[in-house]
Write a protein that binds this ligand. Structure first.
Ligand SMILES: C[S@@+](CC[C@H](N)C(=O)[O-])C[C@H]1O[C@@H](n2cnc3c(N)ncnc32)[C@H](O)[C@@H]1O
Length: 215
């Protein structure tokens, strides 16, 4: 995956998804697999999903598009870039996924979440590498305010030196999560983690900072 700079164009950032062989597409398939595994493992007729900095929503849209039980999911994609919001809405409509909505908002503020939380699945893809290390820790610490009981969090993080993923995995444990999967393929920099929340959900405040995007 290309490294992120201050000039990152968050619309063009998605272009490698067009190439099935790109690391970003490999990462996407892993995230989608875990979204499917999560849904397969839940029997409820209604489940809530929130995607933090959702981009164009390829992960959720792709995972749910082929599922006959997609209507069990009420998902909210929170994304700042209006071009990505528009692309996600086109994707949702093309896939006929009536249960997914896109909100254009700053996902780094609790105010963006409203009724989307507590969520049964939190997708945190492409976030933890674009905020300060302190905010990574604070964001993981804030997840009990976004998660319902027994929720799953699917997260990604590049392992560019210095690799923060050992610390991240520890911070998830500290916040009441048990790791269900951690993928760190040797030939690429991305990693994908899946953690299950065993702690006590906490009320999300109406507003207040969780993280600030630095890129
Ligand atoms: C690395 S991309 C990840 C996109 C998507 N989650 C994925 O994995 O395909 C980061 C996304 O965060 C969005 N973004 C940046 N700052 C944001 C903010 N404060 N609130 C919501 N989205 C933000 C960007 O526009 C971009 O689409």
């Amino acid at each position: 995956m290309a490294s992120v700079t201050a000039a990152t164009d968050w619309h063009d950032w998605h272009l490698p998804y067009d190439d099935d062989t790109s690391p970003l597409s490999r990462r996407l398939r892993l995230v989608q697999r875990h979204i499917n595994d999560w849904l397969d493992g839940r029997t409820e007729s209604s489940l809530r999903v929130v995607s933090v900095c959702a981009g164009q929503g390829h992960d959720l849209i792709g995972a749910l598009a082929s599922r006959s039980d997609a209507d069990r999911v009420r998902a909210e994609l929170i994304e700042f870039d209006p071009r990505n919001v528009a692309a996600a809405r086109i994707g949702i409509s093309g896939a006929g996924l009536n249960g997914i909505t896109v909100t254009q908002a700053d996902a780094g503020d609790f105010a963006a979440y409203g009724t989307a939380v507590p969520a049964d699945l939190v997708v945190l893809a492409g976030v933890l590498g674009n905020i300060s290390d302190g905010d990574v820790r604070a964001t993981i610490g804030a997840l009990p305010r976004l998660c319902a009981s027994n929720a799953t969090v699917i997260w990604t993080r590049a392992r560019r030196h210095p690799d923060l993923t050992p610390a991240i995995r520890g911070w998830f444990a500290d916040a009441g999560f048990a790791e269900e999967a951690f993928h760190a393929p040797a030939d690429v920099l991305f990693s994908v983690g899946v953690d299950r929340f065993h702690g006590q959900p906490q009320q999300a405040p109406p507003n207040g900072r969780i993280f600030t995007f630095v890129a």
